[in-house]
Design a protein around this ligand. Structure first.
Ligand SMILES: O=P(O)(O)OC[C@H]1O[C@H](O[C@H]2O[C@H](CO)[C@@H](O)[C@H](O)[C@H]2O)[C@H](O)[C@@H](O)[C@@H]1O
Ligand SMILES: O=c1ccn([C@@H]2O[C@H](COP(=O)(O)OP(=O)(O)O)[C@@H](O)[C@H]2O)c(=O)[nH]1
Length: 953
């Protein structure tokens, strides 16, 4: 269906063959720069910053950190008493290296100050007396990963995992933690119950892992939901208070995880200049899941207050952006989420581990000793290993059921394999976790009962955590690691296993639902943990795998794990956050001010030869709402001149000192219908056709244009039009436009339209026009294919020449108002006149039209451009003549003839100074125009005022 009229509209993104790749651009994933050195593009800045980091790593690894590594005193016990007499040492050498080791002698550090804010501190505190505390390393991927971060002057703000109601206890703990650069947030028991056990671990955690909202006690949950959410917000505010107390200007504040989704908002309310990043360690589920959460919008909005939002995988980032577009109705862009011109960058930053730490640990005598012991203990048996917090998401029951099935089906293996399952107790106050513990114990008992002997059991299940060195030894002796998470943000255990397997080259069986499957999928045996039969078969496959295959698989993964480290992860996130701020400043500086109406009117009055260049769609038409509706109705498909403009436009056209051009993407008939009765210049199809309403249509076409792509594009457009209700396409003479602005009744229609547009672009670029000389221009609700090089800016060059000639102008144009709602590609019209304007620097004498006898100089005052344009004209003409027969409905138009020009010999045709040139974008948030106006209603107001000042001929 080809519908007449209408110009492509709204924010346009030019896509050439190369640029098209932007549509599938993965948000973020780039590397950043120092904020003080803004470069031309973000990617340039990020790449340079990455290079700098590499150089720094090679040449300036902090000596202090190296010394800590060598210090034998630092390797030792798991726990250390921290009291007034003994508060110095902590056994996790890497912890010291990372968080303490960056301090310089005078207490100052040259490193970027970083405030890490997470629910859990890297240490949990156990009270040993009124004012003495024991600190234990906390278990979990978040802690493991952040301990590996060494490049920053970091402080960690969080909850120490304990209730400290008294002042003496709080003071002593604060002091003990300060030694480790940790700052406590004191949460009382009730808050912990409602916020941590309740809202975080009973609601958000299961929901984000696709386990849904609690079902059995739905009513009770619904009742307690509000109080839990209130406690959640209160706890987040308490974290914000502590951050605020310790914040210094220039600090980067990095908020972590689902516990603190409210924090970015609280922080920005304190200080809008704070650099705030937020990273989610869990999956972010499909928007269909997030949609079920009662507080869905509030949480999204709070996160969006951050400058940068990060996820482990592209999928999670995509889900988040789509939740923001579907639930909040915001604009999702390749960069992130945009709300009223404010961009929150959204990107994927896959976490890693400090692989060197694991590799080094294997050399330690104590670890070697453990390895020896383990080998002896399990001699003659293959060792399989599972290491998980005892959490529903880890799929522990599924794992051991698959192991049971494997033993059932493979009796020969029963006394030749052992599964060691480390199940670290976690969130033990939450009922679901308590139920899981009993369930797992029951299955373990059954399996050992069935397949155990008097001297050996096939399954060793430990309800406890191991220290770092014991864990390394275990990883090293393992033949097959089994990770069967039902969902897992990343899963660092799989990384750690790979890091410790340099000599054994064991097999990793990995759930396809763990984020790690996207990075270690090449070397792992991927399984669906819900498919017990498949997992059991994979166990057999892994145990029987030949050395060659094991070696190859291991190499893939080892390479990944050793090159994608936690240091690199953190450095990338922080530098991208810094760069996001630079980018935001650049963006803000590009937001033009509102058009100063009074000045525009005053200058109009003072001038004697004015030129008004007006767009049509959304400039001279009535405004609609964001979904293209007017007054609640889907608006009429025809573009109509705003009724209030009829009078003023007439008056303006009648003024002999004013020339008006309507420059539109619409085709000629639309402009004829709307403006045929005015004495006005009409430039249709982005200036490809031109006429004064008293004369005929004429045209020029760029030389390179051929229209042989039309049929193929039409075919694609028809296909999508049939499948997108209320979408339509226009077959203009020089372009094709597919539009879905009327296909949108609801926010999800918008989303559907966008998906269709994305699909359509794929079809266009991989199929019919992949080799054609066309530009694909994407509007916010349209896709347009035009001959390459066609823009309004390019057209104005030709149009002006024709007008100057036609009018026989005797005085230079001393007022230009160029106003429209143009696609980004067509914004070159605003910059067209800029070279005519005096710059800040002393300008060269303005050029004159050089040769009166020659063809006109479209840019009038620029000799170089004049001769270039001259050549272009000559080419265009011959093309037009050649091609006239290619256009179906070209009857009645004539080509512009160019050798009649140059009426204004020896003088400049434009007399523009800064204050008599007004370029203005309508209903845009950013533009290369000098000014902005909110809607076409404002244009009406302005034109009415100008009309008041006009005199009839
Ligand atoms: O602090 P807890 O409630 O005891 O829980 C421990 C941590 O569990 C989660 O870890 C996640 O982060 C890992 C690193 O990014 C990732 O590999 C894993 O897939 C996630 O489950 C949680 O997100 C952390 O906040 C907890 O501290
Ligand atoms: O006994 C144990 C078991 C696990 N871990 C650590 O806990 C983290 C678990 O992280 P993962 O990303 O696999 O899952 P999470 O528990 O964070 O969901 C890993 O770094 C393990 O080394 C540990 O220190 N001791």
């Amino acid at each position: 269906m080809a519908v007449n009229v209408k110009e492509s509209e709204e924010i346009g993104i030019l896509q050439s063959n190369q640029v098209m790749l932007q549509t599938t651009h993965i948000p973020g994933n780039s590397y950043s720069c120092s904020p003080s050195t803004p470069r031309t593009t973000r990617v340039e800045r990020l790449l340079r910053d990455r290079e700098l980091r590499k150089i720094n790593k090679v040449f300036s690894l902090p000596e202090v950190a190296r010394d800590f590594n060598r210090d034998p005193e630092l390797f030792g016990n798991d726990q250390i008493l921290s009291d007034p007499e003994n508060c110095g040492l902590f056994n996790e050498e890497e912890f010291l290296e990372g968080l303490v080791g960056c301090e310089k002698q005078n207490g100052q550090s040259s490193k970027q100050r970083l405030l890490v804010v997470a629910n859990r501190l890297p240490v949990s505190a156990v009270r040993k007396g009124e004012d003495s505390w024991q600190l234990e390393i906390s278990v979990g991927g978040l802690v493991s990963a952040l301990l590996g971060v060494k490049e920053f002057d970091a402080r960690w703000i969080g909850w120490a995992g304990v209730n400290v109601p008294d002042e003496i206890g709080q003071k002593a703990l604060t002091k003990a933690l300060a030694e480790k650069r940790c700052i406590p947030v004191f949460l009382d028991e009730e808050i912990v119950h409602q916020y941590y056990n309740g809202y975080c671990n009973n609601i958000l955690w299961p929901l984000f892992h696709y386990l849904g909202l609690p079902q059995e006690d739905r009513l009770a949950t619904t009742r307690s939901f509000q109080s839990q959410f209130d406690a959640y917000k209160k706890a987040n505010q308490m974290f914000a208070d502590v951050v605020n107390q310790h914040y210094q200007e220039g600090d980067v504040v990095w908020c972590h995880d689902y516990h603190l989704m409210f924090l970015p908002k609280c922080l920005k309310e304190y200080n809008n200049k704070m650099k705030v990043g937020w990273f989610l360690h869990t999956p972010f589920p499909s928007s269909e899941i997030h949609r079920t959460l009662p507080s869905r919008s509030e949480l999204l909005r709070s996160v969006l207050a951050a400058d940068l939002v990060g996820f482990h995988t592209y999928d999670y980032a995509r889900h988040f952006v789509s939740a923001c577009t579907r639930i909040l109705g915001l604009e999702g862009t390749p960069e992130g989420v945009e709300d009223q011109g404010k961009l929150t960058r959204v990107a994927a930053f896959p976490i890693g581990i400090d692989s060197d730490r694991f590799i080094r640990a294997l050399e330690l005598p104590q670890v070697q000793e453990d390895i020896k012991e383990l080998k002896a203990r399990f001699a003659g048996r293959k060792v399989m290993l599972g290491v998980d917090r005892l959490d529903m998401i880890k799929g522990i029951p599924q794992k051991i059921l698959a192991f049971e099935k494997f033993l059932e089906e493979n009796p020969d293996w029963r006394d030749k394999v052992v599964l060691l399952q480390i199940a670290v107790p976690t969130r033990t106050d939450v009922p679901d976790y308590q139920r899981l513990t009993s369930q797992v114990h029951e299955i373990v008992g059954r399996i050992n009962g069935r397949f155990g002997t008097l001297t050996a059991v096939p399954l060793h299940h430990l309800d406890r955590s191991l220290d770092f060195h014991a864990l390394c030894a275990l990883y090293a002796v393992t033949d097959v690691a089994l990770v069967t998470s039902l969902r897992d943000g990343m899963n660092l255990v799989s990384y750690e296993f790979v890091a410790c397997q340099a000599s054994k080259k064991g097999v990793l069986i990995l759930s396809e639902f763990a984020g790690a499957a996207q990075s270690l999928g090449a070397g792992a045996v991927l399984v669906n943990p819900w498919n017990i039969t498949e997992v059991a078969a994979s166990i057999g496959y892994a145990l029987n795998m030949l050395a060659d295959e094991r070696e190859k698989r291991h190499q893939h993964n080892f390479m990944h794990v050793t090159t994608h480290t936690s240091q690199e992860w953190a450095a990338t996130f922080v530098s991208e956050l810094n760069d996001t701020i630079v980018e935001a400043q650049l963006r803000t500086s590009k937001i033009p001010p509102v058009l100063p109406i009074k000045a525009a009117v005053d200058r109009y009055l003072q001038s004697s030869n004015r030129l008004l260049i007006l767009g049509f769609n959304a400039t001279l038409t009535e405004p609609g709402d964001i979904l293209g509706r007017r007054g609640g109705q889907i608006r009429d498909m025809e573009l109509k001149l705003h009724p209030e403009l009829k009078e003023p436009l007439k008056k303006l056209c009648d003024d002999p000192n004013t020339t008006i051009i309507v420059l539109s993407g619409s085709d000629r008939s639309v402009l004829d219908d709307n403006f045929g009765d005015y004495g006005i210049w009409l430039a249709a199809e982005n200036g490809m056709f031109l006429r004064l309403t008293t004369g005929e249509w004429m045209t020029t076409m760029p030389e390179s244009s051929t229209m042989d792509w039309v049929d193929s594009v039409k075919h694609v457009f028809e296909y999508f039009t049939e499948r997108t209700p209320r979408s339509y396409f226009e077959h203009r003479e020089t372009s094709l436009v597919w539009n879905y602005k009327y296909a949108v009744k609801t926010i999800s229609d918008v989303e559907f339209g966008r998906l269709q547009a994305r699909d359509m672009l794929q079809h266009l670029w991989t199929g019919p026009i992949s080799n054609a000389s066309v530009d694909v221009v994407q509007g916010s609700r349209s896709v347009e294919v035009r001959a390459v090089g066609v823009t309004k800016g390019a057209a104005i060059d030709r149009i002006l020449g024709e007008i100057v000639h036609n009018k026989g102008m005797k005085a230079p144009i001393d007022y230009v108002l160029c106003i429209g709602h143009f696609l980004q590609k067509d914004e070159d019209i605003y910059t067209f006149f800029e070279p005519e304007l005096p710059s800040e620097k002393p300008s060269l004498p303005r050029a004159k039209i050089p040769d009166p006898g020659r063809t006109y100089a479209p840019k009038f005052s620029n000799c170089r451009s004049a001769s270039k344009a001259h050549l272009r004209k000559q080419r265009s003409l011959s093309i037009l003549e050649r091609r006239a027969s290619n256009f179906g409905s070209v009857g009645g138009w004539r080509p512009i003839v160019h050798d009649r020009m140059s009426v204004y010999e020896g003088s400049s045709v434009l007399d523009l100074k800064g204050d008599n040139y007004f370029s203005c974008a309508v209903a845009r948030k950013r533009s290369s125009a000098r000014y902005l106006l909110g809607s076409s209603d404002d244009v009406v107001g302005l034109l009415k005022e100008l009309a008041e000042c006009s005199t009839a001929s």
